[in-house]
Design a protein around this ligand. Structure first.
Ligand code: FAD
Length: 319
């Protein structure tokens, strides 16, 4: 990825918090706003987790909220809520990219680099509004419950001197393999015969590791089955070959909010919750969190909309 498209303001996540942020930014006169959403449409939590016809209360679960900003959200049902958010995005002519999962936000000087699997963007202010419903993707085949400690979706349980298989072909898989290779025997398995989604740095570093034999590449082979072999993970591939590993780490898309925050270097408290101030600014200046991500005890649409208004009011006061 060579070029980064520049925006004044980037919102990650197209749920109520993200939509509210984009709309408020537009009301405050910010031009060049981009919203990036991993689903094929906005508001994935509402689409996936609300039953059809569900009543949608503004004062959800009795949490009475007076809306402060420019979004006039009212009681309704699932459809009317989604239609209202459609209209907001259309009316404000917000630039939205769907089907794009943001992998990382890195600050470089005064500018944030926001990276998806196939594109990069830069902006001075970024809001993370990815909610709390995210989870890592799992493979289609069954994973033995007895191996749950040895089959992971992030690096939290990894230690040293293990024989580890990383599964995936994106930047997370490459970064996991590179990070673990200093203290472990690492193999990276990708079902395709070459990598097409890696950024330049990861591609270069990974091929250097492969050349130095600190990471073995196992390309063009797909896993079809995982078995427990005397407490180790036996991996069977589609060419009938098999290998046994101490640990298998899947990096095949999707991520939990806390893993995302860690990747962005946002400081977390002892409970793993993000630290932020009264303007929802994280430990990193000009990087904000909004909505359910900033509501440990359970949020609501109206609460997310008020966060968005507060953040934009603050950003505007700084300029
Ligand atoms: C079953 C149910 C019923 C509810 N009923 C109500 C109700 O009646 N009234 C009410 O006010 N509240 C209700 N809520 C709560 C409300 O839905 C949430 O508080 C609200 O959706 C939070 O908005 P958000 O923008 O913070 O997060 P979300 O709505 O979760 O939106 C986050 C968005 O970010 C996207 N995303 C995640 N990761 C990435 C990434 N890496 N890159 C790009 N995009 C990403 C997701 O796909 C998603 O679209 C309900 C919740 C549930 C689960």
């Amino acid at each position: 990825m060579n070029t980064y498209r520049a925006y004044d303001f980037i919102v990650i996540g197209g749920g109520p918090g993200g939509i509210g942020a984009a709309v408020e930014a537009s009301h405050f006169g910010i031009e060049n706003i981009l919203m990036i959403e991993k689903g094929e449409n906005h508001s994935q939590t509402i689409r996936k987790y609300y039953k059809d016809g569900k009543r949608v209360d503004k004062d959800y679960k009795g949490m009475v909220v007076e809306l402060n900003g420019n979004v006039d959200f009212k009681d309704g049902d699932k459809d009317s809520t989604l239609n209202y958010f459609d209209k907001l995005l259309d009316d404000e002519k917000i630039d939205v990219i769907f089907n794009s999962e943001v992998e990382n936000v890195v600050k470089d000087g005064d500018i944030f680099k926001v990276t998806t699997s196939n594109a990069g963007f830069i902006a001075k202010n970024v809001i993370v509004a990815i909610g709390r419903m995210g989870k890592p993707n799992k493979p289609d085949y069954k994973l033995p419950a007895s191996l749950s400690n040895k089959i992971n979706f992030n690096l939290d349980k990894c230690s040293q001197n293990e024989n580890i298989l990383i599964v995936g072909g994106g930047n997370s898989a490459a970064e996991y393999a590179i990070a673990l290779s200093t203290n472990n025997k690492v193999t990276l398995n990708y079902r395709k015969s070459s990598f097409t989604r890696l950024n330049e740095i990861n591609e270069k570093t990974l091929y250097e590791c492969a050349k130095n034999e600190t990471v073995s590449l196992l390309l063009g082979k797909d896993i079809v089955q995982i078995d427990n072999e005397d407490g180790d993970v036996k991996v069977i591939f589609n060419d009938n070959s098999s290998n046994t590993y101490d640990r298998v780490v899947y990096a095949i898309g999707g991520t939990t909010p806390v893993d995302f925050l860690k990747k962005c270097n946002i400081a977390l408290d002892k409970e793993g919750l993000p630290i932020f101030d009264e303007n929802f600014e994280t430990s990193i200046k000009n990087l904000f969190i909004c909505g359910d991500l900033a509501t440990a005890s359970g949020g609501s649409i109206a609460i997310a909309l008020n966060h968005a208004y507060q953040i934009l009011k603050y950003i505007k006061s700084q300029n």
